[in-house]
Design a protein around this ligand. Sequence first.
Ligand code: GLN
Length: 557
Amino acid sequence: MSAKYIFVTGGVVSSLGKGLAAASIGCLLESRGLKVNLMKFDPYLNVDPGTLSPFQHGEVFVTDDGAETDLDLGHYERFTHAKLSRDNNWTTGRLYEQIIAKERRGDYLGKTVQVIPHVTNEIKAATKKVAQDVDVLIVEIGGTVGDIESLPFIEAIRQMRQELGRDNTLFVHVTLVPFIAAAQELKTKPTQHSVKELLSSGIQPDILLCRTDRFLSSEIKSKIASFCNVEEEAVITAKDVASIYEVPIVFAHEEVDTLILRRLRLEAKDRDLSKWKDLVHRVYNPKDVVRIGIVGKYVMYEDSYKSLKEALVHGALAHNLKLEVNWVDAEGLEAADKSYEAQLEDYDGLLVPGGFGKRGIEGMLRAIQYAREKHVPYFGICLGMQTACIEYARNVCGLADANSSEFDPATPHRVIYKLRELRGVEELGGTMRLGAWPCKIETGTLAYKVYGQTEISERHRHRYEFNREYEEPMVAAGLRISGSTPDGTYVEMVEIPGHPFFIGCQFHPEFKSKPLEPHPLFKEFVGAAYEHGQKLKEHKESAEVEMFLRPDNVGRR
Ligand code: GLN
């Protein structure tokens, strides 16, 4: 059987949560026993988001095959079991790159190469490629309807409806129904205009997902239905929720999946969302709070560390905890005095995430030293592992000025360096180590306790590595190398024995964490942090009681 296609477009404004909507539809269809895949087209001209600033475009999500993709692919993986690769995310830039390469090779046999049919054909071919072996492919078109740059994609999906028919294609349009306080009314006009815009490209939406802060009454729904030429039951209240993991449940409540199955003439079993319901119950009924400080450069922009934040949430949920996460500006920890201690003491656990460039490094080293000496759980990811090694080299091994050659090319002790460049790998084309690499975990380590196995695979995105020339002095001083590539070339994990939790990993485990399958590193880190916080609290309380009972206080009670 060939796949059915659901095309998700967005209107009115950006940031309406199209990606989450697509992911949630995928989740609902899986809950009915269907096999789904998801893909996203990004209409911008960059070949991939790898070179885009995360502060402008959000995180770069990395897949197993090493593709640097849009952060929405992270949502797809967290909400479904789809296995994503570079085939699941296309930018206009990459499509054109491919088309121009073909043109230079002479593949078009002297024809004039045009948007229609050559670009649209590439879009359709890319779509069909990932629709193999699944029941439903959900295709998200980035950007907002009406943008010049998204026109070829809209045209391609219009053609697909034409070719495959109504039973095999479905258009879902995500739109906004704002509440205007002055009028005390929900307004349908932006939605009407957005649908008009779609219609002018030849697409009549089948389902409208209306983002709103309150439930749409049946009057409003019928008004939208009538103006936009859709059935009333296809006007869906996509109400704001406090947790993204509630979205599938909200959609189920509105019977979005039932509607999709009927429209696409798909047979499926009854919906089973029990695990998601249990998850959402835990989201809203935590037993306590855990406070994690993320130490990095700049101030955190919500989207630039999306997967990291979600992985921490998953770790907290695994212990029935609510995550309170704060961004600690690393540069703010660099003052000569001890003021950094006050900025760090309220956290149950500290984390240094991935990052590039020199800025804030000294502040990160401060935070790591603090965590190491005060036995505060520490989790270093990528840059956070590299800085942990630098800190250990400087302050435990006495290698003054130890550094990464990324931050100080002239350092006397390059504990972190560009190993692959030295080996000539760079000439072979790859500047970054990207995607999944196997790692062998040493038994008897905390890493082994966390993973419970010796062979793992995790995703990478970095240039620099631990320098094995420093292995001997650092291991002699107490650092433990707990994970390496199976051939021993690259150090993948380090830890400090005897510390409640001090782990650095060269890879990015956050890319593989899912709400229903929290990543073991995040689960154990958050667990250790909570335990540490509880001990601190007990200690504080007993210190207060002791103060109270001191003989010189008796009589003052
Ligand atoms: N800047 C470091 C490197 O390139 C770390 C990268 C990261 O944290 N993703 O190796």
